[in-house]
Design a protein around this ligand. Sequence first.
Ligand SMILES: Cc1cc2nc3c(=O)[nH]c(=O)nc-3n(C[C@H](O)[C@H](O)[C@H](O)COP(=O)(O)OP(=O)(O)OC[C@H]3O[C@@H](n4cnc5c(N)ncnc54)[C@H](O)[C@@H]3O)c2cc1C
Length: 448
Amino acid sequence: MNKRTFIRLFAATLASPPVMRLLAWAGQEKLRNWAGNLEYSTARVHTSSSLDQVQDYVKTENKLKVLGTRHCFNNIADSKDAFLSLKPMDQVIAIDKAKRTVTVGAGITYGQLCPYLDRNGFALHNLASLPHISVAGACTTATHGSGQKNGNLATAASALEIVRADGNVVNLSRERDRETFNGAVVGLGALGVLTKVTLDIQPSFMMRQYVYENLPLGELKDHFDAIESSGYSVSLFTDWQKQRVNEVWIKSRVEAGQAFHATPDFFGAKLATRNLHPIAELSAENCTEQMGVPGPWFERLPHFRMGFTPSAGKELQSEYFVPRPHAVEAILAVERLRDHVSPSLLISEIRTIAADSLWMSPCYEQDCVTIHFTWKPDWPAVSKLLLMIEKELAPFDARPHWGKLFTISPAELKRIYKRLPDFVEVSKRYDPQGKFRNEYLNKNIFST
Ligand SMILES: Cc1cc2nc3c(=O)[nH]c(=O)nc-3n(C[C@H](O)[C@H](O)[C@H](O)COP(=O)(O)OP(=O)(O)OC[C@H]3O[C@@H](n4cnc5c(N)ncnc54)[C@H](O)[C@@H]3O)c2cc1C
């Protein structure tokens, strides 16, 4: 099926409200991830609504995994034995306006947290493309937005409350426990059950979002840094066709000195005259407001609006982090694969992320550019493409997104994640018998 037909077919599905989607899930016997590409190995889900209940459950089970909002595309969250859901633990526990922190129950989503913060005059530094995901699930996999000065979402975490495998509670803080804390934040679900997270906040801010169409690839090649630094958060969407980036999304803060002044032409790209979806053929109804209309940070930083289906829906995703100095070379390497990639691709997105000090973050001690792929749901074709893409990106030590699909070997992961042995050591301290380990962790982290 060609891209146009495929998009037309599921454009109709997108028009249905998200509640229909939830009902569809509820009607299924098997428990699946959000994209539906993965059927979890058990449908046994236990729900806890307090720390005591979490501790009791952890003590009684030999093996379990915590489920967030199920937005990962691979089996990182899967369990053959039992799931624990912290959905009822979705409250804001405390906001410290003087210290500029907020402490939340680990079941909260950004969609719940952000309006609360804004009402109280505060904001987070950045958000992913969608607000539907849980704070705990996002931090655990180093989920990110864009912006060359913005670290991934986990970099906002300043304290964690974790229930270890023996049921005891550990509190870690960035200030007090620096090394272990840096190992635990992007924890890949291996250390225990995250029950509380404290996040840095800052005064609320307004933003504008402009979209440009058809940026020539040559301009991107010659002016990558200028393009990426044109806004607080910049995203480039491309189908790798016609030597151009289809859409450039520039999100800027409205404050003096940070505002982006939209001119009709931006490095050869043209200012859009209507709101656009990253896949231009799809309705922009699900997307956050564009065309320079000012709005609060949490309604501009994500691409997709809460209350609507994000992205395309039936899809697969993969993403690779490349050290920033290799950005252009890596983009051109993928562009050379365009004729292979295009038949299976819905859209690609290129973003930038600032370096951090979190051991298992793909941006550990390096600024990165990410090259993301939203694929049609055809794993046999996509898995072959991933091998090709990973081969092209290997010279740049590309690191995969932990929550998306990849085929990079465990040995290579160990080579490119320098702190992986330290992470294994901390994980074994928290969970000596492997209560929280599953097939994904055994293969990718603990097998080397
Ligand atoms: C449409 C779409 C758009 C996306 N956009 C982006 C994007 O812009 N940027 C990006 O980086 N990623 C993006 N992702 C990927 C996604 O955000 C991440 O994979 C994220 O981890 C999903 O969070 P979740 O709550 O759904 O976690 P789940 O998939 O439910 O779980 C992920 C991991 O976290 C663990 N976990 C969850 N909660 C806890 C807890 N309380 N304690 C211990 N472990 C826990 C699970 O066991 C599992 O290991 C997108 C995904 C989709 C479907």
